[in-house]
Design a protein around this ligand. Structure first.
Ligand SMILES: Cc1cc2nc3c(=O)[nH]c(=O)nc-3n(C[C@H](O)[C@H](O)[C@H](O)COP(=O)(O)OP(=O)(O)OC[C@H]3O[C@@H](n4cnc5c(N)ncnc54)[C@H](O)[C@@H]3O)c2cc1C
Length: 465
């Protein structure tokens, strides 16, 4: 006899598991049990560095039924002036606690079991164990197991670096920067992704001379422009950006030409205009942040770090001198995991992955909506094709291709279209209220004109990668 019976067992109470469940229960009468090893809901946000902020607007993040923050445009003269607010780690943790308690548990149909490990199972019987007392419980699942750990996010405070560190070298995860006194002779930031960017910006904001920062960038990256990815009142700029992006994708004569066009229209940006990026991880930066980052001249491009000694940094392609007083800041955690794609919907299982590029909580909610809808799995999988998380620069091409192919199919499904228009997690949500704006009208015309040829051309370019 099972100890618990439920319709869905969701493994992972991170943003993905919560966003999926929120939309599923809002559109069905399903009962759900969510389990997570961590003590609190919110997934990797439990362990992030204290000064982290979302890099995209709060207005687009979290679960569909509860706003995160107050959807305000920052008007304080700070570098974020003119953009929608972005939540801090503390605000995110408070938010996910409220989602868990006030939305999901309060529905009477969802139980969120934290400090609980998922141990495995077969088609309808699964085992979970309390991490408090080790007690095992069997869960009989009437409908499906939901794997919301597919993109489990690795952060510096909990990962193990892939390189060795001598005991006499000064080394710390980015989290510990806030506790540092001013005794460092300099700083070496290891990692070119969003965390590395945050470390460099935080150091400069806190008075460190850019000349005292060395930045190890094994790969340079393409980034998304924050100015182009703003919702609600600022949606016209996003729609215009999409029109330029699709035009670039439709007209590009080759891969290099495509990236040149995307940069020229402001959709993709890089820190160093002299270096061709080979990485793309969906990080978002503003022009102000790029200007700040360009103040750092000491950039090491010798591959990945292999060892940190007190007097030298050993990398794949060479060594650079360091000194015992220099602090080496670990920003090398991989973030979202690169994974093999698999069907989202299978007979006993849902595996939450991304369909639209770079919008994890939107995708999770979409999967919840499709699951609640009255259609078969073949159709669900057609509307939600897996779209592997990007890593290399050229991954921008299939990522965008799959996103646009899926969006075209959504447009042909009236219930999905209606849901998209009203979903707060959908960047293009609320478009109808802007359709009287001549700028938006022009952009929409360009989008309609170019989508088909952009999709065809991206498919051709994807073959050339
Ligand atoms: C610094 C940073 C900033 C970011 N900013 C943004 C942003 O602005 N906008 C955006 O859209 N995205 C952003 N992201 C991406 C972000 O990672 C995702 O939005 C999202 O939070 C990932 O959620 P997740 O639920 O998939 O993964 P996680 O948060 O990793 O959650 C997975 C959960 O599964 C649990 N788990 C795994 N295995 C088991 C098991 N066997 N039993 C029980 N529990 C298990 C884990 O404990 C974990 O809590 C950012 C990421 C980082 C690192």
């Amino acid at each position: 006899m099972a100890d618990i019976e439920t319709d869905y067992l969701v493994v992972g109470a991170g943003a993905a598991g919560l966003a999926f469940t929120d939309t599923l229960v809002a559109h069905s009468d399903a009962e759900v049990v969510i389990v997570d090893r961590r003590d609190e809901p919110g997934g990797h946000w439990n362990d992030v560095y204290p000064f982290v902020q979302l890099h995209a607007p709060s207005a687009l993040y979290g679960v569909a039924s509860l706003s995160l923050g107050s959807d305000q445009i920052v008007q304080d003269g700070s570098p974020d002036h003119g953009f929608y607010e972005r939540a801090t780690a503390g605000q995110l943790m408070d938010y996910f606690r409220a989602v868990s308690d006030d939305v999901l548990e309060a529905s009477g149909r969802v139980r969120v079991l934290t400090s609980t490990d998922y141990l495995g199972g077969d088609s309808d019987r699964h085992r979970i164990a309390s991490l408090a007392d080790g007690e095992e419980t069997t869960v009989r699942v009437r409908r499906r197991l939901v794997d919301a750990t597919w993109f489990e996010t690795d952060v510096p405070s909990t990962h193990t670096p892939s390189f060795e560190v001598d005991n006499d070298a000064r080394f710390m995860p980015i989290n510990d920067l806030v506790d540092l006194d001013d005794s460092a002779s300099g700083y070496t930031v290891i990692g070119a992704g969003k965390t590395g960017i945050d470390a460099c910006l935080w150091l400069m904001r806190n008075g460190v001379d850019p000349a005292d920062i060395r930045w190890v960038r094994p790969r340079d990256a393409w980034h998304l422009g924050r100015e182009s990815y703003q919702p609600l009142e600022l949606l016209p700029a996003f729609i215009e950006g999409q029109a330029s992006l699709l035009e670039s994708a439709a007209e590009a004569e080759g891969v290099d030409d495509l990236f040149a066009r995307l940069e020229a229209c402001g959709q993709l940006r890089r820190v160093d205009p002299e270096v061709e990026p080979t990485m793309y991880r969906c990080a978002t930066v503003s022009n102000h942040e790029l200007d700040e980052l360009r103040r750092i001249d000491d950039v090491v491009r010798l591959g990945r770090v292999r060892r940190i000694d007190p007097d030298q940094l050993v990398l794949d392609e060479g060594t650079v001198a360091t000194e015992p007083g220099r602090v080496h800041v670990d920003c090398s955690a991989r973030g979202l995991r690169a994974t093999r794609p698999q069907p989202m919907f299978e007979p006993d299982r849902i595996t939450i992955q991304q369909t639209r590029s770079c919008q994890p909580t939107f995708n999770s909610a979409l999967i919840g909506f499709l699951e609640a809808s009255d259609r078969d799995d073949e159709e669900r999988n057609r509307l939600a094709p897996p779209n592997p998380y990007p890593s290399d620069a050229v991954d921008w091409i299939p990522n965008s291709l799959i996103s646009y192919q899926a969006q075209t199919r959504w447009g042909e499904a009236p219930d999905v279209g209606e849901w998209l228009e009203g979903c707060r997690l959908n960047l293009a949500g609320g478009l109808r209220s802007h359709l009287q704006n001549p700028v938006v009208q022009g952009a929409v015309t360009r989008i309609i004109t170019n989508t088909e040829s952009a999709v065809d051309n991206l498919a051709r370019l994807a073959e050339q990668r």
